[in-house]
Design a protein around this ligand. Structure first.
Ligand code: ADE
Length: 232
């Protein structure tokens, strides 16, 4: 894979990666600044998409059209949907699903966009396997999990919503962009992977934990992405 697009929703999630880049040039599109250059010696475009599925989908499309990236990595933080997945741990997507898409009235499964042929968007297995191996090596103090990432335009911070998302998606974590990137990558036939570090438990404590653990969680994803780039 030559050129890799790296998307973070928030500046905090990509700032350190941008700082580590060399040979940088910046292009602005749709209110987003695309930093092209080298990360760990590998060609990369790092960008802050903004929060939510629409921003993430637009950002991925620009990476495909304007930069012809050969893969997309989404890095950031997420709320855990499983008791054993702790704050600071990392989740790698096997696939992504939109927990807030609901056309069951017309016989579709929850998460399935009407008249699309898939309910969840398969992530790239090769990227995931590499990420697991690198993560165990560079972040040995945390656990790494592989499974579904559930995305929606909602910060999940109560037990009932969390339970509903678990029942509907069987996801390991919840965030606000991954499945939109998955959908755009699927439509453009580009391999992708979502890498999320857990910042909170997506329950009543989420609003307290999130700011407290955000930095530590981001440190793990940055460490992983930076080292993955050396082996792509
Ligand atoms: N990102 C980090 N924590 C989250 C949560 N609880 N819900 C949605 N997105 C998140």
């Amino acid at each position: 894979m030559n050129k890799i697009g790296i998307i973070g929703a928030m500046e905090e999630e990509v700032a350190i990666l941008k700082d580590k880049m060399t040979d940088v040039s910046v292009l602005e599109r749709a209110g987003m600044e695309f930093f092209s250059g080298r990360l760990s010696g590998h060609e990369a475009v790092v960008v802050r998409s903004g929060i939510g599925k629409v921003n993430a989908g637009i950002c991925t499309q620009i990476l495909a059209d304007k930069f012809a990236v050969e893969a997309v990595i989404n890095t950031g933080i997420a709320g855990s949907l499983k008791a054993e997945i702790n704050i600071g741990d990392i989740v790698l997507s096997t696939d992504t699903m939109q927990h807030d898409v609901d056309a069951r009235e017309f016989g579709y499964d929850i998460g399935q966009i009407p008249r699309m042929d898939t309910q969840a968007f398969q992530a790239d297995e090769g990227l995931r396997k590499l990420a697991v191996e690198v993560c165990r090596r560079v972040n040995p103090e945390i656990q790494v999990f592989e499974g579904r990432v559930a995305s929606g335009d909602q910060f999940v911070a109560d037990r009932d919503t969390k339970e509903k998302i678990i029942q509907n998606t069987e996801g390991l974590c919840t965030e606000m962009e991954g499945a939109a990137i998955g959908q755009a990558a699927y439509l453009n036939k580009i391999p992708y992977l979502v890498i999320r570090a857990i910042s909170d438990k997506a329950d009543d404590s989420a609003h307290m934990d999130y700011p407290a653990f955000e930095k530590e969680a981001i440190r793990h994803t940055v460490n992983l992405v930076e080292n993955m780039m050396k082996e792509l």
